[in-house]
Each structure stands twice: as structure tokens, then as C-alpha cells.
Design a protein around this ligand. Sequence first.
Ligand code: A3P
Ligand code: MG
Ligand code: MG
Ligand code: MG
Length: 329
Amino acid sequence: MAYIKEKQVAIEAALKAAAFCIDVQNELIATDTLEKGDKSPVTIADFGAQALVCQHLRTVFPNDIIVGEENASSLQLPENLPLLEKITAFTQRFVPEANNERVCEWIDLGNGEVNKERFWTLDPIDGTKGFLRREQYAIAIALIENGDPKVGVLACPMLPVDYDDPKRGVGCLFVAVRGEGALMASLNSHRLQLKPIHLVDGRDPKRLRCAESIEHGDHELQKKVIKEAGLHADSLKLDSQAKYGVVARGDAALYLRLPSPTQPDYREKIWDHAAGVLLVEEAGGKASDMLGQRLQFASDQTMKHNQGVVVSTPVYHRAVIDALRYFLA
Ligand SMILES: Nc1ncnc2c1ncn2[C@@H]1O[C@H](COP(=O)(O)O)[C@@H](OP(=O)(O)O)[C@H]1O
Ligand SMILES: [Mg+2]
Ligand SMILES: [Mg+2]
Ligand SMILES: [Mg+2]
């Protein structure tokens, strides 16, 4: 077994951040949200979850670089002091020594640079819009070495453990280490029991479906590609990297994300994919961009050499790349 300590620490950090997000969500009000430069929302939970994860990783791996989505610059503006104070108050429930200054410092531990050797990438809340709608979101942590995700952890507090059995409740933890398979645990049991998960096996036609984003993508083209690739069941529409989780555990056969026609030049961010890609690959699947090219995690935080993502079983992956070649020709 490899990366034992990294895996353990990433799981602890993700669980702490998930508990934090659940607390904030239960008490959240609309003014606990800011708008970022790109018009996307960020909540006190995004900031607090980044603070907690970075603080936790840094305690155990003081020399490791962290590339996180958020930074504390807006929180240091005087008009945002009430927001910072709320973040600190919630954070103190998990780390008693938190104060305003430390919380900003911990958030900014995530301002490291992508490099070719080793770094962590963190999305403290992936699917902030889903979080605000009380639907799907994920805390996503990945360790990247030499451009390759080696450890990936996704905590999905709102994801049904089993779509077909609501009694099993919501809340899932996904864990993968390169070469060691993909695992999932329910967040509902007292003891975390990680069990192997696998891709869809084709025996259940209703699961031969695609998982798509609610907010992003080219839904028109995706529809045509999905059909051409031979997937006829209705898509699952859900926010965040929970989509990687449902593909890895066989609730869907494909995750397709094509550039939106309104933002054709958008490039994906490493923290939106690194953990999920490892999870699906370790479950036996394939991940690439829309042209079938390898996803690159070590050039920049923006994946400037890739466009879109195609994540699936080897057979459907091939079929989707072929269908895309046909439609894009
Ligand atoms: N035009 C765009 N195309 C694709 N993804 C985008 C986008 N604008 C923002 N995003 C990313 O989409 C992520 C959410 O994915 P999804 O739609 O699958 O839930 C966001 O993550 P955050 O919520 O962490 O900001 C954000 O990084
Ligand atoms: Mg965001
Ligand atoms: Mg994200
Ligand atoms: Mg985010």
C-alpha cells in the first residue's frame, strides 16, 4: 500500500470540511454569500472549508504545496469583516484556536503554484450553486505527483448512498489511491466502512445513462453525442464531482462535459477534476478531454491544453470520442 498517510490525512480533512459545510448549510442565510470576479458565488462555507482543509494538510505535511480554489483577499476588505467573523465562529467549532487572522492565513495556504513534482489541489466546495440550492456539492482533495493524481478524496454530503434505496440515506465518501482501486463509504454509519466500487456492468440498462452538469456544458451537443454513443436512458443531472462518484460506482456509464456555446473559450480547472478522474480510473474507467487527449494537471491551475471532459467505461469512452469526432468534423 502506498500513500497511507496522505490518504488518511485527506480523508480526515474532507470529513471535517463536510461536517463544517453541513453546519453552515443548516444556518446559512443569503447574505453569507459573495460574488467573485467571474460572477460565480462563494459562500462562508467555501472559505471555511478551504481554511480547515489547508490547516489540516499543513499540520501533517508542512512542506507540501496546496493549490486551492479560494483566497482570502476579499475577506480582508473592511466591508466583509462581518462575513469573516462568521467564518471564524464556525471554524472555531472545529479548530478552537481559529481567529480572523489565522483563518485568512489558512485559506491563503491554498495559494500555492502548480508544479511538476508534488502538490495538493483542493476545491473546498465544488458545486457552490448546488450547495446553495441544497442539492449536490463535493469537497474535493487530490494529491498530484509528476502530473498524475495519486490520491483522491471526494466527500459528497448530499449524495444518496443508493439511488434505488432512499432508506440508505444521503452522504458518501469516495477514496482512491493510484493502483489500489476505488472505494466508497456511507457517511451515515458510526464507523467509516470503505468498500470497493466498480463501473456499470451493462446488466442494468437503466444505469446506462449519462451524468451531466446542471449549470455547465453544451447540453444540445451532449444530447446528440450520448444518443450516438448508444446510451438511451435519461441523464442524471447533478452538480459537482459527485458525477465522478456516480460513474465510478456504476449508477451512470458516462460523465460528459462539453464547452458551453456561450463560453467556448472556458478551460476547466484542475480542482474540478483531479480527484474525480483518479476515482473513475481506479474503478476501471477512462477519462480524457473531448478530443481524447490526456487531461493535464501539472501545467497550470487552468487546464489550458484541454477542452471538455469525457469520463466513462473504456467501451463507451471510445464510442463517445468517435461520436464527437463525427459531430465536430
Ligand atoms: N463556463 C464554465 N464551463 C464549465 N465549468 C465552469 C464554467 N464556469 C465555472 N465552471 C466550474 O464548474 C464547477 C461546477 O461544476 P458543475 O456544474 O459540474 O457543478 C464550478 O466549480 P465551483 O462550484 O467549485 O466554483 C466552476 O469551477
Ligand atoms: Mg467556485
Ligand atoms: Mg469546483
Ligand atoms: Mg469550489
